[in-house]
Design a protein around this ligand. Structure first.
Ligand SMILES: [Zn+2]
Length: 352
């Protein structure tokens, strides 16, 4: 990505797209009862509150009435339908790093592969985006946290601490290539979650081989523990690798979230906040709700002179619903050099 003269002036930047991640699937309701919605009605209302505060992308997970994260496709469908009805323009992004169990006998036939995550392509109503991770990675979300961040929460308990330290996000080529094909076929955008330069490079190869033919919409997930560390060096290294047409949202965790988002705002990138990423103000004197975190980013961005995108503008910036016909068209639209004739484009599978 080039940063030419004037690239830090808001007049030369897109309006800011704020992604809200208000459902916090890693927490239990008692970790932050004031801001963790449990009933379906409350989960829909949370989306509305985030939208009204200035968020235009909703990173969505669903909770069951018992407070546990839902693995039921039917619950996802219900929440998506409810959000769509309440705030029709909001971009719905389903968090894809989850798997589903079949609800009943009849659902078993819908298990189209051994990896049930493919069922995300069958969500109805369909979301705008599903997050896609590429290449199996360690996801030790606790590595960049401080003991004070999780004291008194379920992640501070031995079982939770162990589970979230040892967490692995599985995504091998047989999964992600097929997943991206199915999402594209369903008209759902793949929102790539890049943990480092190599997961991005694999997607470039997928694009060069025609496995993915859409805009490059992605997050840089700087939460450590197997993913990039939240520093200017790793961010700059990542930005050097990606083409100019990328729509990049920066993401971090706990007290790193706000500074990383401030860098993102300053540089013309986009931002993510919410209790899935962070619970605290910068002095840890109080927890911050997702809406408070959105309002803070809106305030800061306005101070930078950078306006907040409306939902309609965010849909254009994210190129929702846009797919390309050919590899060449995709490369040109994203800002890549064309494929060189005669050279192999990497070793990913190219089955139609
Ligand atoms: Zn998530």
């Amino acid at each position: 990505m080039n940063f030419l003269d004037g690239s830090l002036f808001p007049e030369n930047q897109d309006k800011l797209v704020i992604t809200a991640a208000p459902y916090g699937p890693e927490w239990v309701p008692s970790d932050f009862p004031e801001d963790i919605p449990v009933t379906m009605e409350a989960q829909i209302q949370k989306a509305v509150d985030c939208y009204n505060a200035g968020a235009t992308v909703l990173h969505l997970h669903v909770r069951e009435l018992d407070g546990k994260g839902s693995k039921r496709l039917s619950m996802f469908n219900e929440l998506i339908a409810g959000v769509r009805k309440a705030v029709p323009e909001m971009i719905i992004q389903v968090g894809g790093s989850i798997s589903f169990a079949p609800v009943g006998e009849g659902e078993i036939a819908k298990w189209l592969s051994d990896d049930t995550r493919h069922m995300l392509a069958d969500l109805d109503p369909k979301p705008d985006q599903v997050t896609v991770t590429v290449n199996t990675s360690q996801m030790n979300v606790i590595e960049q946290m401080d003991a004070r961040d999780i004291a008194g929460t379920s992640l501070g308990e031995p079982d939770g601490f162990r589970a979230y330290t040892e967490m692995v996000v599985p995504s091998t080529p047989s999964f992600f290539e097929e997943h991206v094909r199915r999402l594209s076929k369903a008209g759902i955008q793949s929102a790539f979650q890049f943990y480092n330069v190599n997961s991005y490079e694999t997607v470039e190869r997928m694009i060069r081989r025609g496995i993915y033919k859409g805009p490059l919409i992605c997050n840089w997930v700087a939460i450590g523990g197997g993913m990039d560390q939240p520093t200017i060096y790793s961010l700059a290294n990542f930005l050097r690798a990606i083409p100019d047409g990328t729509m990049l949202t920066v993401e971090s965790s706990m007290l790193n979230t706000l500074p990383i988002n401030m860098m993102g705002i300053a540089m013309g990138l986009h931002v993510r906040c919410g209790i899935e990423d962070n619970l605290w103000n910068q002095k840890r004197t109080a927890k911050m709700t997702t809406v408070e975190q959105i309002e803070q980013l809106v305030r800061i961005s306005k101070e930078f002179g950078r306006d907040i995108a409306t939902a309609k503008e965010a849909r254009e910036i994210c190129k929702i619903g846009v797919f390309y016909d050919t590899v060449e068209e995709t490369l040109a639209a994203i800002g890549y050099a064309p494929n060189a004739k005669g050279r192999q484009q990497g070793w990913l599978n190219k089955a139609a």
